[in-house]
Design a protein around this ligand. Sequence first.
Ligand SMILES: Nc1nc2c(ncn2[C@@H]2O[C@H](COP(=O)(O)OP(=O)(O)OP(=O)(O)O)[C@@H](O)[C@H]2O)c(=O)[nH]1
Ligand SMILES: [Zn+2]
Length: 194
Amino acid sequence: MRRALGQRAELVTFHGLPDDGEHLACLFAPWDDTDPPLVRLHSECLTGDVLGSTRCDCGPQLDEALRMLAVHGGALLYLRQEGRGIGLYNKLDTYLLQNDGVDTFEANRLIGRGADERGYLTAAVMLRTLGLERVRLLTNNPDKGRQLRAHGIDVTETLPTGVHLTTDNARYLAAKARSGHHLSLPTLDTEAPA
Ligand SMILES: Nc1nc2c(ncn2[C@@H]2O[C@H](COP(=O)(O)OP(=O)(O)OP(=O)(O)O)[C@@H](O)[C@H]2O)c(=O)[nH]1
Ligand SMILES: [Zn+2]
């Protein structure tokens, strides 16, 4: 079902998705006919997207994607994959471990969950349903492009998001870089000068 969201954007809901989730597509028109449309797969982060938490970079990444899509057109899939798939309450439990110095991926494992439980089959089905089988993907996470391709989406290009580094999210971003996200972070010199 399609609902208008302002003059140049509309929301699309889906029924019968593989994981039965309430995922949402937000379409921005028009897109340039010469290039495949810009697509952002955004994983839900209630704390960062809505409540302004500065522990992660989700809020600034969502704002950035919405700004780019408003200019260039394309689609944002808002995927209900809170906490990289472990859910909100579990994510909040891992925050306690992170406060003791454990990184965001290891904290998931310590509560008995996968470091990243997200799959993108549902996103691929959403894109195909929307007629978006060739896309340019906005992400620093190579797994998203890899999985979309494995599910038959032609990802012609991957465009990096900005690096939204602050003192609050520096450890979070460093953990993402270690886990394979394409992020070039400045190195911090923690040693005292000789
Ligand atoms: N388990 C867990 N999930 C988190 C934490 N902080 C943010 N998240 C979730 O992480 C997801 C976003 O993943 P990220 O690793 O930040 O980025 P990404 O989506 O893999 O990559 P990009 O496309 O480049 O943004 C959202 O679902 C957030 O809810 C955390 O401390 N623990
Ligand atoms: Zn977040």
